[in-house]
Ligand binder design. Structure first.
Ligand code: UTP
Length: 299
């Protein structure tokens, strides 16, 4: 019987992370900590909270730490048990049992579209979520749940969008949309990294998607684009010729952790909100900023 419910999520984590070299030479950027929790765990928790338990990771060389993170570490557990560190032990055990992952290897980093296509044998012919491994959403599971309900209503692909400042449209895939009813948007066109003059809107593709399995056919038909990479946006454009694609406007903030500046902004924002370290960090930063501005003010 054809599976119509969305049960699986694909998490592409095989990229080189060149914007973060040399840190990413041997360590996946998806494992970078937001204080003490790796980015990828936020993304897995978002899926679990939305009721999606089957995670398919598209991995590559140097991505083993991701596999270890979601695996059982008996030595560590024994050590924590003997040291009487109950609270952290419970947390570590919870992570090991969070998901039953499937790991698929992308042998060559031929782009995001290619990474998604690599997951086809594990997805099969059913609808699925794609969550990028370096984007955290403030209201993660709430957004996924709303995307799922749009999917359940129309049984068509749903792409998450968020508003970006006009001067930043050139960094993203931008969508032209038509509102067909309150909060229900249809995608009319997609443009990759347009200039502000060419951009049909300021709604950018954000890294959360639900696809019908038809996308796999379109990915196979997609010719390599810039840098020889198979672009997911190009396959989405082909899909658009055949099927409607709905858009969903993300609620809350979007945190990009894939480049040093945005990663640091994310870490500071999350740290300032923490009860255990927030206050002290704020006073440290206030002192630092005032010292820095005194230096700048000096002739
Ligand atoms: P990015 O473009 O942000 O990742 O892709 P990247 O290519 O690793 O980063 P830079 O540009 O070199 O700094 C978004 C997500 O898609 C994955 C990445 O791991 C990331 O989580 N990806 C990208 C793949 O899995 N395979 C690819 O071939 C490309």
């Amino acid at each position: 019987m054809e599976q119509r419910r969305v049960r699986k999520a694909v998490l592409p984590v095989a990229g080189w992370g060149t914007r973060f070299l040399p840190a990413t030479k041997a360590m996946p950027k998806e494992m970078f900590p937001i204080i003490d929790k790796p980015v990828i765990q936020f993304i897995v928790e978002e899926l679990l909270d939305a009721g999606v338990e089957n995670a398919i990771f598209v991995t590559g060389r140097h991505k083993r730490p991701i596999e270890h993170h979601f695996d059982i570490n008996t030595d560590l557990e024994r050590h924590l048990e003997e040291a009487g560190k109950e609270e952290i032990l419970e947390n570590i055990r919870e992570i090991s049992h969070m998901i039953n992952p499937i790991y698929v290897r992308q042998k060559q980093q031929l782009g995001l579209g290619h990474a998604v296509l690599t997951a086809e044998p594990a997805v099969g012919s059913e609808p699925f979520i794609v969550s990028l491994g370096d984007i955290i959403l403030e209201k993660g599971s709430e957004n996924i749940k709303k995307m799922l309900s749009l999917y359940n209503r129309f049984e068509r692909s749903v792409i998450a969008l968020f508003e970006v400042p006009e001067e930043e449209v050139g960094k993203y895939g931008i969508a032209k949309v038509r509102e067909i009813e309150d909060d229900v948007l249809l995608i009319e066109d997609l443009v990759e990294k347009p200039s502000p003059e060419e951009a049909p809107s300021n709604l950018a593709i954000v890294g959360r998607y639900i696809f019908t399995p038809r996308i796999f056919h379109k990915l196979r038909d997609t010719k390599p684009g810039k840098g020889g990479e198979i672009q997911l946006t190009d396959a989405m454009k082909l899909l658009l010729e055949e099927e409607a694609i709905y858009a969903y406007r993300i609620e809350g903030k979007v945190y990009d952790t894939g480049n040093p500046l945005d990663y640091l902004k994310t870490v500071f924002e999350f740290a300032l909100r923490r009860e255990d370290i927030g206050e002290e960090l704020l006073s440290f930063m206030t002192r630092l900023i005032s010292k820095q501005s005194q230096l700048i003010d000096k002739p």
